[in-house]
Design a protein around this ligand. Structure first.
Ligand code: 5RP
Length: 244
């Protein structure tokens, strides 16, 4: 994460703080019958330890797929000490999202296309103990939501249409990453920039060069023979790309 302070129009006097690239494996690509074991595989010590566990909550309405909900997140919270990064692809997040914070999600991300009052929702998420995340679909312009972003801790840039794992990365969304990175590095926003969809060994370097802090990877981690090695390899690639 690179930190600044102040909102849009209020540049920080602090310079950017550069952290290690973060990897958030998406359990959408894990074996749902063995979720605890699948998370254990990326929760060991060393380079193969994930930074967050990305949990895709889909309601069959906002996206045409149905996954898991609050009771599963509550159980996962008891099973692992890794932070749970809950990405809610649901309608009416204003009503449902704070419940995920209340059961112990570290980060609760809602879609800007679905939230009715995203500023109030961010406040409610923080009051319930979570970081507030805002996600944006590939065809939604970022520029329309910059003021809203002042109230959020993370921006989740979707690099596929939300709904399914294993889709091809959409490189055009990197313009949004570059814009957000610039606003963070100049102190106009205080945000962690996250990307989700099609991140693998072929795409992570361009995302890292554009300025992503945290990389969600589903099939690239859980489709690998050794998920922990995949986490370590992706982080190494991102680190190398940033250093160039
Ligand atoms: O939010 C998602 C889909 O809506 C998933 O997190 C994402 O697609 C990860 O899967 P993969 O890395 O296989 O693309």
């Amino acid at each position: 994460m690179r930190e600044g302070s102040g909102g849009v129009g209020a540049p920080s006097t602090l310079g950017p703080v550069v952290h290690e690239p973060m990897i958030a494996p998406s359990i959408l690509s894990a074996d749902f019958a063995s979720l605890g074991t699948e998370i254990d595989a990326i929760a060991g010590p060393g380079d193969g330890r994930a930074d967050w566990v990305h949990v895709d909550v889909m309601d069959g309405h906002f996206v045409p797929n149905l996954t898991i909900g609050l009771p599963v997140v509550e159980s996962l919270r008891k099973r692992t000490d890794l932070p749970l990064d809950c990405h809610l692809m649901i309608e009416d997040p204003d009503r449902w999202a704070p419940g995920y914070a209340e059961v112990g999600a570290h980060n609760v991300t809602v879609h800007v296309e679905a939230a009715r009052d995203p500023v109030m929702l961010a406040k409610n998420l923080r009051a319930a103990g979570a970081k507030a995340g805002l996600s944006i679909k590939p065809n939604t312009p970022l520029e329309d939501h910059l003021d809203t972003l002042r109230h959020y801790d993370t921006l989740l840039v979707m690099s596929v249409e939300p709904g399914f794992g294993g889709q091809a990365f959409i490189p055009e969304v990197l313009d949004k990453v570059r814009t957000a990175r610039r606003l963070v590095d100049t102190g106009h926003l205080t945000l962690l920039v996250e990307i989700d969809g099609g991140i693998n060994s072929d795409t992570i370097e361009q995302a890292a060069e554009a300025g992503v802090d945290c990389f969600v990877a589903g099939s690239a981690v859980y489709g690998a023979d050794d998920p922990a090695r995949a986490v370590a390899a992706l982080r190494d690639q991102a680190r190398a790309a940033r250093a160039r």
